[in-house]
Design a protein around this ligand. Structure first.
Ligand SMILES: [Zn+2]
Length: 184
């Protein structure tokens, strides 16, 4: 928690200093971490075999991204590369990351997490980790394969809905996946 808070504090300082944050800039425009992670974990629970969970989790990322959605007030069609510049966007990104962390801690505490679930979630988050992490995204997108990968990744989620629908559908899916993990 302390690490997360210091990260958030740094994020706010960057925003104050530069008017934008390279970290949050890369997180917007990509479906919520919570939703991707939960679907990956659900797939992992069902298949029970870590390599297959990882592969199917990875594929699931693109299926979810292709559902028309919206990731916040700064997530506007045609502005895929833009930096976020509203406090609401920062709040949303922070909430998504915090919620993901709480769910991970909950699953670990309740001893519900299995290796296949963890690998499913890693696979489900990997496309965003490859394509959108500030430390390497610019370098990696210079490579022909990853440039094409980025173009594909951006294209499948180019349809932006209204913010209310776009966030509701993502949280509804997240709740649905969470319940399925419990029930199945
Ligand atoms: Zn994505």
């Amino acid at each position: 928690m302390a690490a997360w808070l210091s990260w958030l504090e740094r994020l706010v300082h960057i925003e104050e200093a530069t008017g934008s944050s390279p970290v949050a800039a890369t997180i917007i425009s990509f479906m919520l971490v919570t939703t991707h992670g939960l679907l990956g974990a659900l797939i992992g629970k069902e298949v029970g075999f870590p390599p297959l969970a990882f592969l199917l989790g990875f594929i699931s990322h693109f299926l979810l991204d292709s559902i028309p959605h919206c990731d916040g007030p700064d997530d506007v069609a045609g502005r895929d590369e833009n930096d976020p510049n509203t406090k609401a966007q920062y709040a949303l990104v922070s909430f998504d990351l915090l919620l993901s962390l709480i769910i991970v801690i909950y699953f670990l505490n309740a001893k519900l997490a299995t290796p296949a679930m963890i690998w499913g979630a890693i696979g489900a988050l990997l496309p965003d980790l490859i394509d959108n992490v500030p430390l390497w995204k610019k370098k990696i997108r210079k490579l022909a394969f990853f440039k094409d990968f980025h173009a594909f990744h951006a294209k499948i989620q180019s349809i932006k809905t209204s913010i209310w629908f776009g966030l509701s559908i993502q949280y509804a899916l997240a709740i649905f996946f969470f319940c399925l993990i419990y029930l199945l």
